[in-house]
Write a protein that binds this ligand. Structure first.
Ligand code: C5P
Length: 243
């Protein structure tokens, strides 16, 4: 049997060449990392949960007309996605103060923000993904002004969709990060939501109790990460409820 060609291995995923040109197989690992990989562990079952959850969110986005790279889930740990050129930015949307924003501006975690705040970080592990402004993005040519308009629109649509979805199951979407890719259709370029959307890249708090149901459980040693992610998956009906 021919071995698949590995294209890239990241902290939480491996990308393989897909079966058809223009496709990629995205494999979800169980590895958890935080603080730019200074804290590491293997959390059994995390990859399976994130594969299912990302499928769920990306399918929903595709269905409401927000384009993503997602094509279909292949098995427990793998999904088929369209290959795209990743724009080297982490696009963060925040509804409530938490994490680095709370620290940077001296805000109490959980403070509602006057409007969703969109931030951009330059994707570079060695530099720890530093915060950048649109000035840097334009000056270094990472994205055009048209791209930035489209990225902002995509980010806010994802925020509205995810916030509503989560609210429906008693969860507050505090913030999240997405990545954006370019796909080419002939002479035309389109931007799509790429990478993954999962509790690894969101802050999700129970609406009633404030309990954290996201990667902060791992970052801050707050208990079982799989229990937290399973809770999210069960509430959304992505995984059957355990008896
Ligand atoms: O750490 P910070 O508060 O800036 O993170 C904001 C949001 O972006 C959080 O939901 C976090 O999980 C996500 N994030 C991410 N990957 C990064 C940085 C932040 O998924 N490299």
């Amino acid at each position: 049997m021919a071995r698949r060609k590995k294209i890239y291995e990241g902290k939480a995923k491996i990308l393989y060449e897909g079966p058809e040109p223009g496709t990629i197989v995205q494999y979800f690992k169980d590895d958890a990392t935080a603080f730019n990989a200074q804290k590491k562990d293997v959390i059994e079952g995390k990859g399976v949960l994130n594969n299912r959850l990302s499928e769920f969110f990306m399918t929903g986005l595709n269905n409401i007309g927000v384009p993503t790279h997602f094509l279909k889930r292949l098995n427990m740990r793998e999904q088929l996605v369209r290959s795209c050129e990743i724009i080297p930015l982490e696009v963060i949307v925040r509804n409530f103060a938490a994490g680095s924003l709370a620290k940077r501006l001296g805000l109490e975690e959980g403070t509602p923000l006057p409007r969703p705040i969109v931030e951009y970080c330059y994707k570079d592990d060695k530099l720890g993904d530093p915060l950048v402004t649109e000035e840097h993005i334009a000056a270094f040519g990472w994205a055009s002004q048209q791209d930035m308009d489209d990225i902002l629109s995509l980010a806010l649509r994802v925020n509205d969709y995810l916030s509503g979805l989560m609210y429906g199951v008693g969860i507050r979407l505090v913030d999240f990060k997405i990545e954006i890719g370019r796909v080419y259709d002939g002479d035309f370029q389109r931007l799509v939501v790429a990478d993954e959307i999962s509790p690894d890249s969101c802050r999700l708090w129970d609406l009633q109790t404030g309990q954290k149901l996201d990667k902060d459980v791992f970052r801050r040693d707050l208990g079982s990460l799989t229990d937290a992610y399973t809770e999210v998956a069960e509430r959304l009906g992505v995984m059957p409820k355990q008896a």
